[in-house]
Design a protein around this ligand. Sequence first.
Ligand code: HEM
Ligand SMILES: [Cu+2]
Length: 530
Amino acid sequence: MSHDSHDHKPKGFVNRWLLTTNHKDIGTLYLIFALAMFIIGGAMAMIIRLELFQPGLQFVEPDFFNQMTTMHALIMVFGAVMPAFVGLANWMIPLMIGAPDMALPRMNNWSFWILPFAFSLLGSTLFMDGGAPAGGWTMYPPLVLQGGHNVAYLVFAVHLMGISSIMGAINVIATIMNMRAPNVGYLNMPLFVWTWLITAFLLIAVMPVLAGAVTMLLTDRYFGTSFFNAAGGGDPVLFQHIFWFFGHPEVYIMILPSFGVVSEIIPTFARKPLFGYVSMVYATAGIAFLSFIVWAHHMFSVGMPLGGELYFMYATMMIAVPTGVKIFNWVATMWKGAMTFETPMLFSLAFVVLFTIGGFSGVMMALAPVDLQYHDTYFIVAHFHYVLVPGAVFAIIAGAYYWLPKWSGHMYSEKLGKIHFWWSTISVNVLFFPQHFLGLAGMPRRIPDYSTQFAEFNMMSSIGGFAFGLAQVFFVYIVIKTVRGGKKAEANAWGDAKGLEWTVPSPAPHHTFEEFGPVDLKKMAHGDVH
Ligand code: HEM
Ligand SMILES: [Cu+2]
């Protein structure tokens, strides 16, 4: 199957990394890139929280503050979370289905190397006259068009990110459909593979919509069109519809692979197969379908016919059903399991609890009449950070701890991992929970200053923010330390974890499953044995 005595790693930096077509090396590149972006986007968040530590303007100009919120979000969404999941997909999907590599290895190289270029373009706007985009990551016109020439850079950067994502998605789909070991059927695939397959279809469906929306911004700004300009017969609300037709599926693009990661980890540490494998697959597909028909819940306060308000309200509430199926599945998997609490399991458990809090505030906002109160307040900031940070980011961190032994050949220090977990989990709640109260009390989002009645909760939130930021620097230290040395990892680092990735040595040799053939289905992590 694999032979690590001579593993054919290309020689030299250029051949090994720049020209690589190896799914593991490309996965590593994606993960390193995502981590770097997480730190840069995180530094911007620290600037924001520093300014909001006290009322009044202390450290930055209001315009720069808005550049920071906008860039922070763009970098976190498109630079950190999405590439991190593509990195996990690259590393794990071939290993999980018994494939020697991704189906389209050269395109894989191209998908990755577009990203540093795209983010350099976007980052360069910080040094231009007029600065970086400051109209929010949602890029609503007319505000977004009122900046300097960053609009052109922003649009081009978004196009490039979109191209990268689409190519990555095509690769995932082609790999899963064509490269499964001969006896691996769709319903033998681990849930991480399933969630990524569905995510890839979402990506292909909505990234072109985003590309269209920003192209219309570009032509409105530079070529005299009036798509979104009422004075020329256009309509700014049109942009919101197009943006959120992309934007809502986008939030599922960031969460479905998280569901996949957590569905791999919980069975391993509960020592039971996933409770309802098939229902998990259907729930994922159900969420993906619903994600396309709820977009205007972001626009309740913009004005819609009553029928529209009602439709989008009820459609949104329906998402709670398949999501509930998932949450009960994870709980039932743990029920009477022989649980242990290694770091990946701790982060997965925190994911289940804290993502659910974000889900609850989501259902609250789905109620059109009350959303009129919550809209554009800190309540929404609290909501989406709960689903993104102890949601998506915790799942990525859980996956990193879970598979780091497979990637590096070393076990991380369980003691340091646990410190990182408790430090992150406590601080993330100090950071984001008070923002619910701020929002309910009426503090608007995207402002550098606020009235004094909001001072205490903001200070609390900032302290949590600095602590959380520091904890992630500590995480970088743990990762570097693990890669450089530490206890040797067994092939099956967790003793009896299911999944083909645990049948190859640790670290995984440069080439695996070269002799393409049937695999042992009993070793696969697919829950119910068919
Ligand atoms: C280190 C942890 C983080 C901290 C302290 C943090 C902090 C902040 C703050 C203070 C804002 C500005 C809110 C406002 O004034 O409207 C913000 C906005 C935002 N953040 Fe984060 N954030 C963190 C992580 C993340 C992550 C991981 C993501 C995405 C995956 C994310 C996505 C966003 C988005 C989408 C916005 C909205 C920006 C806009 O209004 O256009 N954040 N964040
Ligand atoms: Cu939405």
